[in-house]
Design a protein around this ligand. Structure first.
Ligand SMILES: [Zn+2]
Length: 147
């Protein structure tokens, strides 16, 4: 290898770092833009929040480990909604929590259809955690997906 080639290789490796950094930054910006496009509407709302677990105690004897929208019932970030009030795939954000609307239940449908009230049911991994949550009223932001 002559010195000219060595110099070129060295220059090439020095260039590689900023090129990788810039393309990473650009990639992140693209991801953020794509993320933003996923939401058709953003709404702040007061929401009644109860909790459940994926077991038969909360979901009945036919609990099959899959939510109404087809996600795994043991996904740690899901909640039940009335999909007419909060469509599946929406994100509900409050405090340090981000939940995906991926399941439904009679109480959530009744709250919306009879009282016009938002009610979500957070899914915890265990029944004890669900009991410990109890019933709360939170101030949340609902991100509805673009259709
Ligand atoms: Zn349970």
């Amino acid at each position: 290898m002559n010195t000219d080639t060595e110099a070129l290789v060295f220059a090439g490796s020095m260039l590689a770092i900023p090129v990788v950094a810039v393309s990473l930054m650009f990639g992140l910006m693209c991801c953020e833009a794509a993320e933003n496009r996923r939401y058709a509407a953003i709404e702040k709302a007061s929401i009644k929040v109860t909790a459940y677990c994926p077991g038969a105690c909360c979901c009945g004897e036919f609990a099959d480990g899959t939510t109404a929208s087809g996600r795994p019932a043991y996904a740690a970030d899901g909640c039940a909604v009335d999909p007419y009030a909060i469509p599946y795939g929406s994100h509900i954000v409050f405090d340090n929590t981000v939940l995906e609307a991926d399941d439904t239940g009679q109480a959530m449908r009744d709250a919306w259809r009879k009282e016009g009230v938002y009610h979500i049911d957070i899914r915890f991994g265990t029944h004890e955690e669900a009991l410990a949550w109890g019933v709360r009223e939170v101030s949340a932001t609902i991100y509805r997906p673009a259709m």
